[in-house]
Design a protein around this ligand. Structure first.
Ligand code: C2G
Length: 448
């Protein structure tokens, strides 16, 4: 018996799919169809799939062409399936010509002509790509990462750049993008913007974008003041626009799973969180820090995230200690914060003028979770117990440092209004509050 396998998303099943399945079936005696899971599609950047997995499976089943249907969930699964199921022929449409030649080591590979003139993309309710404008500042490296990641996400088209130094990109792909000299013009050309101007400009930049009717993904902190952050969220709500805080860690798979595990009681009650984020640079020759992200704004929001998301925002006391490299311009070499909650404590240390181990430890009454440095872009963490035999290790794929997932979440929220389940507004408000207190010097002790 000749066994054939083929894979696809089969969104809004159409004539092109059916013709492919018919020809695939005709190649042998038994046809296995692999239908991609929602998660796998999201990971490979196919984020605009309209039907959920079960509906797509049902549609394939109804064709009566598949003898067996399996779900494709991870990269590299094809080899496993082929060996496991004893497959003789792997086949797929000619749009994948050459791409699956590596499977020739395991079975015969056949590319079938793609049916012209029909596709799921055309059938999908003619939603065009989201035009995303990039609003820069001095953080050129990060802006570039967002551009590169946007290329891996279906449904996003970068419309241009404003506010960044164009000459910095002369050698790469980004230089081909339109550069706008006026923010209004970039807004005009975009449906949404990603903003990484200096935090002191966020309020102005976000407000202008929202007032122009554009969705906003803004680096955290959203603004430097709690009231301003609230005002912007209200404005977004009023205008039915998405305002999303860009803390990439919040959108990564490993971190999301870690959050669920910690909350599920696997390590007992959480009693303490210790979190450190540092990135060192030599600032000895720097005299003007006005456009630089200080340690608190660059790292504070990321470090505060696990604390506020795991033990809440209702602490009873906090102390903040900082050492300034430039006190007038509020540039801190490092800042340490201690929180006391009714049932737990937390400590965060952030710094650009110090270097330390950037790990995350969550202490519970039964065990602890350890996330090695750099914890904020991790694909791995461990659950550890007194009895080491109970220890567990968890690995998750991390694409583009989490930026890719963040962009997918942003597009999904704009398209499907699923609600931002990644960062609760209360967490955003509390982050803004801490950043505001720091800049005002409230509860702040200064060391030399
Ligand atoms: N197809 C076709 N003609 C069309 C459209 C699609 O022959 N007009 C074929 C594709 O080439 C593919 C199958 O139908 O073999 C399913 O297409 P999609 O649902 O778009 O899935 P795709 O993303 O191509 O998935 O890892 C390989 C993927 O799983 C294939």
């Amino acid at each position: 018996m000749k066994k054939v396998i083929t894979y696809g998303t089969y969104d809004l099943l159409h004539y092109g799919h059916i013709r492919l399945l018919e020809r695939a079936k005709a190649l042998g005696d038994y046809l296995v169809v692999g239908v991609t899971s929602d998660g796998f599609d999201a990971m490979r950047g196919k984020i605009n799939v309209e039907q959920p997995l079960m509906e797509r499976v049902e549609a394939v089943r109804k064709t009566g062409l598949a003898d067996e249907i399996i779900i494709e969930e991870y990269e590299g699964q094809k080899i496993n399936d082929i060996q496991r199921l004893g497959i003789d022929i792997f086949t797929v449409g000619s749009d994948w010509e050459g791409y699956f030649d590596y499977l020739k080591d395991y079975c015969e590979v056949v590319y079938l002509d793609r049916t012209q003139g029909i596709s799921s993309s055309e059938l999908r309710s003619s939603k065009s790509a989201l035009n995303l404008g990039l609003v820069g500042g001095v953080e050129l490296g990060i802006l570039k990462k967002y551009f590169e990641e946007s290329l891996a996400v279906n449904g996003i088209e970068v419309s241009g750049i404003y506010g960044a130094d164009q000459s910095a990109y002369h050698e790469d792909k980004m230089s081909t993008l339109p550069y706008f000299n006026a923010y209004e013009e970039l807004l005009e050309a975009s449906d949404a913007v990603y903003i990484i101007s200096h935090p002191s400009h966020h309020y102005r930049d976000v407000k202008q974008a929202l007032e122009a009717g554009k969705h906003v993904l803004v680096e955290s902190p959203i603004t430097l003041k709690l009231e301003q952050t609230k005002e912007l969220f209200n404005l977004a709500k009023e205008k039915k626009l998405v305002l999303m805080e860009a803390i990439k860690t919040a959108y990564s798979t490993a971190y999301s799973r870690l959050l669920l595990l910690a909350k599920s009681g696997k390590i007992g009650d959480i009693k303490s969180i210790d979190v450190t984020c540092t990135s060192w640079k030599d600032y000895r020759d720097v005299s003007d820090f006005s456009e630089k992200w200080n340690s608190m704004t660059a790292w504070g929001p990321t470090a505060l995230l696990p604390i506020f998301q795991m033990i809440g925002t209702e602490y009873c006391d906090k102390t903040m200690v900082t050492q300034f490299l430039n006190e007038a311009q509020r540039f801190d070499a490092f800042t340490q914060l201690n929180f006391i909650y009714p049932n737990a404590v937390a400590q965060m240390k952030v710094g650009k003028g110090i270097k330390s181990e950037g790990d995350l430890r969550i202490t519970g009454t039964q065990g602890y979770i350890y996330v090695p440095a750099p914890w904020w872009k991790t694909d791995y963490f461990e659950l550890r117990f007194e009895n080491q035999n109970q220890n567990k290790r968890y690995f998750y794929q991390l694409e583009g440092e989490g930026i890719r997932y963040e962009l997918v979440a942003f597009v999904n929220e704009i398209t499907y209004h699923q609600g931002n389940t990644f960062i609760d507004p209360q967490v955003s408000y509390q982050i803004a509050q801490i950043v505001e207190d720091f800049h005002k010097g409230k509860d702040l002790k200064i060391i030399k």
